[in-house]
Structure formats: C-alpha cells, structure tokens
Design a binder for this molecule. Sequence first.
Ligand code: 5RP
Length: 242
Amino acid sequence: MSSNLSPTDRAKFASAQKASSFVEDGMKVGLGTGSTAAWMVRCLAERVKNEKLRIQAVPTSLRTAKLATELGIKIATLDALGRLDLTIDGADEFDADLNLIKGGGGALLQEKIVAAASDKMIVIADVEKRVETMGQFPLPVEVIGFGWQTSQKLIEKILVSHDLGGRRISRRMLGDKPFVTDEGNFILDMHLGQIGDAPQLGKSLNQVPGVVENGLFINMCAVAVIGAPDGSVELQGKRSAI
Ligand code: 5RP
C-alpha cells in the first residue's frame, strides 16, 4: 500500500497503519478526516476484510463516510452508538501536552463531537506536525453564515486580550467561493503565529454567539502515533502524564 509515496505520505501511512492496529474486534470507532485519517480508514478496511474484524464506525465527515462505506467498513450514526471506544484522527499541529490544532480539512466540528464521545482519542500525524508552541498553522474557527462578519469583528476584539504572535483572520475559500462545512457553516482561519495560552483562547472563542466551535482540541487526546518518512513510528503520551 505504501510504495511510490512521497516522504510525507510514507510518514502519514506509517502512523495510520500503526494506529489502526490498536482497533480490536467489537469496538465502536470514530474515524477522523484528512489524508492521514484516510490512510487509517484504508488500513482498517484491510483488517476488516482479512481478519474479519467486526467494528462499527462513526465517520467525522461526508468524505470519510464515503470512503469507509466504499471499502466495506460498517458505519453508523453517533447517536445510534452513543459512547465510542476509540477515535483515531489526524491533526494539523500537536504540542508536548497533546493539545491539537485541527480543522485544516474543515471537519473540526464533527471531529470534536466524536472525539468528546470517545473513551480514547489517538492522533495520527507525520513528525512535521509536532510543535513547541501551537499557532503556526492557522487556527480554524467554524462560524454560522448569519452575521459572520459581525462574529469576525467580535473575535478580533477578543484576540486583542490574548498573548498571540499575530491576529489576522481570513474566511476560508474554495476557489472563488467561500468554503462551506458539512454543517453548512463558514470557516474563519486565524493567523496567530503563536498561541500563548491555548486553553484560554479556546474558551474565549466559544463565547462568541456566532462561533459554533474552534479547532483547538485541549486535553482530548491520549496518545500521538507519529510517523517518519523512513516508515518508523514513535508513540507519544502527554508530557503531563510522564
Ligand atoms: C480535518 C483535520 C485533519 O485531521 C487535519 O487537517 C490533518 O489533515 P492531514 O492528515 O491531511 O494532514 O483536522 O478537519
């Protein structure tokens, strides 16, 4: 499966393959979104086929639902399954405490709902996603369409009182049209450079009425499975747990 891949994709594949081996027969599993998560779905589908693994899965986007279904993974709604054993998802950045920035693929809302409903979240990523301080990757914030510019102004006011490296906000576009999430909302990308206090920022952003959710996943992830281009994999727990 991993021949002819770019170095980054080899790293993503390695982490996805390792993480998929943590799924056990009978588990209820959350399936993340993005290119790394897509590798994980493919690896899991192989196990379903070859090992007759019986799992029920909740996808975090229409894209992931389509891929999982095509590959023969049985999917269900979150409400049908309730609590999940495990969610495996990608990330755009992660730090030593396994706090994450997610939403580069625009699926942060369903991803956060599914992760919060899971006993354990495993993040899968290539080694380039590991950062000292989060914020280099633009932080996505999902806002409803109604009054989105007013929401943006309120967010701008909030950002002034936070320790950040930058404060520019742009609405995400897809070609010449605004990007629209699976829930029909917009994404505002915050170009923050570095985030001094990510937990506090996450809480403040969610105080704005038009904000549905932000891409900071604080204290949600238990383990990172980090892939390198040579195909090796490193497991990282939270710094606070060591
Ligand atoms: C989607 C996400 C993705 O997990 C994140 O953007 C990483 O994507 P990729 O694995 O393609 O690098 O949060 O909303």
